[in-house]
Design a protein around this ligand. Structure first.
Ligand code: NOJ
Length: 750
């Protein structure tokens, strides 16, 4: 995809699927894969077939599983990362099992293997699919060097609740952005061909609706009606399927009473029949057996039956398939045809990965933390950090700033800066901000380090006075606050999103010094930092930036890099506003933003005196920061929005252009965003939906015409009749710097 402003940038999922790395189905190679699969399947006993459907994590080492592999009882292993062990296991599989079927080695390689990139939410903030693809490619190269050929990423669960710890692992709240980023990750992991030894199979997860857990509490039930599934939750998965994503994972949640692992509507009707998906479907960890806790199955045997009959191919770790499928087939509760279909999907992947040609890993590779990988990771951080505030041009630091007090628990937190889902990245390789500042800018600036707090949850305020005293001796203060990595991720939901420990007290005390206060937040989610934003002169939101966070943030602080990240999710003011997302519907009584808020309500005011609109008396309506928001050191002017026609045909493409000017003092990059509203529909439609974006780099004073081509087909939605159609009528269209601002026009589809 082009990122230059002068190039037409196709929008929409349609274009996405055209650019994606689809499997060469129908090609000669695929036909031969199919032949090989059928040939092998024909030789397999029922037990051997069921063995392929079994995935285990050998906590006790390879000896624990050697005998099962010999007997053909294991199709895939998780978490074996020693390449010598991988080769030993493959030797047993290939030389000592009856049919010599190699084992598929898998691992959660989520945002890097050794070189850790920003958490996926941070990557989404780049609005740059190319850098996200590059990050996944780096991860694939490093992981495959240890024999891993399958990762459980991308996670493309729409995440509209920052209490949910796994928002860190997502691409945020928007279906379109998540689809673009998910496809980019699939392309990066899988490379040009799965057959390449550096390619690893991707896994679109968690299918589906997991991010809508009630109350943001992980694993909780969801209540997503079919139309919303189709309009909001399915699109990233459909895009991933069309992009050739090799595998899908079922989600833990029960939606409307049906756990995904036993849901044939999503796994068969939608994934296989509507999307023609020929990849492989794995359960999430033990989610087959967990259907017993859900109260959906009475025992393991019923769980195995419901999983396979719903369309699952491989079971992750709970072992119910290996224990019960043979009996279920004999009792005709599961057909052998269903087993064959599952095994076909598994073998097809193993053939596509080239595992039968070469199951072994070359143990002689030195690719981890390669300088090019580190450089790419640094670039990703530079593009992902979001400048939320910059009053009085506090940033970048100028020559006048000779001494900086570096304060807070995240300034030198090598472990925590890597973020969630890091099994393999090493603290010793993580470059934190404090040493990076000293090394890169220490010749010009003196840095006084007074962390005040040992870690983010530290409540001990005893050392805050030391930080204040350091601030008093400095020209500016850099407060590095946020969350430890353990506070986000799987099973790590929070009900309170304020800064943990005594971090708010620390910021308040620093603000009182009157010194310019720059706050850098490293966190796994949007935090409710309204107070701290007010107290700071400038705020950089870095999420958990990974291995290269330090040098990248240092360059951003000193203007060698200019911020361009945008919020991939709405930042609430208060937890009570959640769910708060930009693509909401309007209600019959939309907020006017003129409502009287709680402190201004007169005593004994009459019941109807406040009016009757949809808002919170204490939080108003608007969030702290809208979706798509982020500043730069420079400024951008948007002008002259024009459409090639205001009556595009329903099967045509709308050509949109406008002028973007860099009106500030720095060269910079703007993420321009295209939003559309279908004003009236057979069902209510969101007030805005993202339909395209591009990163446009402009020199100081430079002006460019930016163009979008929007296929009208992209305005289709699942309507009152549960049909995906473009309904004629009036549409509003915006181009702008975020979801709350921009130039507006309208058009009509007749
Ligand atoms: C459970 C998580 O939900 C899933 O995302 C992950 O891939 C598996 N565990 C394997 O570790």
């Amino acid at each position: 995809m082009k990122t230059s402003g002068s190039t037409i940038f196709y929008t929409g999922l349609l274009a996405l699927s055209l650019t994606a790395c689809s499997q060469p189905s129908g090609s000669g190679k695929e036909a031969s894969v199919d032949r090989q699969v059928e040939e092998l399947l024909g030789k397999m006993t029922l037990q051997e077939k069921i063995g392929q459907m079994n995935q285990l994590s050998p906590f006790g080492g390879p000896e624990e599983v050697a005998e099962q592999i010999r007997k053909g009882e294991i199709g895939s292993l998780l978490n074996v990362t020693d390449p010598d062990v991988v080769n030993r296991i493959q030797k047993i599989a290939v030389e000592e099992s009856r049919l010599g079927i190699p084992v598929l080695m898998s691992r959660d390689v989520i945002h890097g293997y050794k070189t850790i990139f920003p958490i996926p939410l941070g990557q989404a903030a780049t609005f740059n699919p190319q850098i996200v693809e590059d990050g996944a490619r780096v991860a694939a190269i490093e992981a495959s060097a240890d024999g891993i050929r399958w990762t459980f990423a991308p996670m493309i669960d729409i995440s509209r609740d920052p209490r949910w710890g796994r928002i860190a692992e997502s691409c945020g709240e928007d279906p379109y952005l998540s689809a673009v980023m998910g496809v980019a990750m699939v392309k990066g992991f899988q490379g040009d061909s799965l057959n390449d030894p550096t390619s690893i199979a991707a896994c679109a997860k968690h299918f589906v609706g997991y991010g809508a857990a009630e109350g943001g509490r992980d694993y909780n039930s969801t209540s997503i009606p079919e139309r919303q599934l189709r309009n909001v939750y399915f699109p990233p998965f459909e895009a991933a399927a069309k992009a050739g994503c090799a595998t899908f994972m079922t989600s833990f949640n029960d939606n409307d009473g049906v756990p995904s692992t036993g849901n044939s509507f999503i796994l068969k009707d939608v994934l296989r029949d509507e999307w023609n998906y020929d990849g492989m479907v794995v359960t999430d960890w033990a989610s087959t057996a967990e259907m017993i806790s859900h109260g959906f199955c009475k025992d393991e045997k019923e769980a195995a039956m419901k999983s396979v009959n719903a369309g699952v191919d491989m079971e992750m770790v709970s072992g119910t398939f290996i224990r019960h499928l043979e009996a279920l087939v004999k009792e005709k509760k599961v057909s052998e045809a269903a087993i064959d279909e599952a095994v076909r999907n598994i073998l097809r992947l193993k053939f596509r990965l080239g595992l039968f040609d070469n199951p072994y890993v070359n143990t002689d590779q030195d690719v981890k933390y390669a300088p090019t990988h580190l450089a790419k990771a640094k670039e990703a951080v530079e593009q992902s950090v979001i400048l939320l505030k910059n009053d009085g041009e506090t940033l970048p630091f100028t020559d006048k700033i000779r001494t900086i007090a570096v304060v807070g628990p995240l300034a030198d937190a090598a472990h925590d800066q890597m973020g969630t889902w890091v099994f393999d990245g090493e603290k010793a390789h993580t470059q934190t901000l404090l040493p990076a500042l000293k090394e890169m800018y220490g010749d010009k600036v003196t840095f006084i380090y007074e962390p005040a707090l040992g870690y983010s949850r530290d409540k001990n305020t005893a050392n805050i006075s030391k930080a204040v005293s350091a601030a008093m001796r400095a020209d500016a203060v850099l407060a590095c606050v946020g969350e430890e990595s353990i506070l986000s991720g799987e099973a790590h939901s929070l009900a309170d999103l304020h800064l943990q420990g005594a971090q708010s007290e620390l910021i308040a005390a620093l603000a009182k010094t009157g010194k310019p206060l720059v706050t850098v937040v490293m966190a796994g989610r949007p935090l409710t930092i309204e107070q701290e934003v007010k107290q700071s002169d400038a705020v950089l939101y870095a999420f958990h930036p990974g291995t290269m966070g330090g040098p990248a943030i240092a360059d951003l602080l000193f203007g060698k890099a200019v911020p361009s990240g945008k919020t991939p999710v709405t930042f609430p003011k208060m937890v009570g506003q959640i769910p708060v997302y930009y693509a909401h519907t309007n209600t019959g009584r939309p907020a006017s933003r003129q409502e009287t808020l709680i402190d201004d309500i007169p005593l004994e005011a009459g019941q109807t005196s406040l009016g009757c609109t949809s808002f919170y008396m204490d939080a108003g309506f608007d969030p702290l920061f809208p979706f798509g928001y982020g500043l730069s050191y420079t400024t951008f002017g948007y002008d002259n929005l024009r459409l090639a026609t205001d009556k595009p045909s329903a099967n045509g493409t709308l050509e949109i252009s406008f002028d973007l000017t860099n009106t500030g003092k720095y060269d910079g990059t703007e993420v321009v965003q295209l939003y559309v509203q279908d004003k009236t529909g057979s069902v209510t439609r969101p007030v805005k939906e993202l339909k395209g974006f591009q990163r446009v780099s402009l020199k100081q004073g430079e002006k460019k015409t930016v163009s979008f081509s929007l296929p009208i087909e992209e305005l289709a939605f699942w309507n009152i009749d549960m049909q995906r159609v473009v309904e004629p009528g009036e549409f509003n269209l915006w181009v702008g710097p975020n979801s709350a601002e921009g130039l507006q026009t309208s058009f009509t589809i007749e």
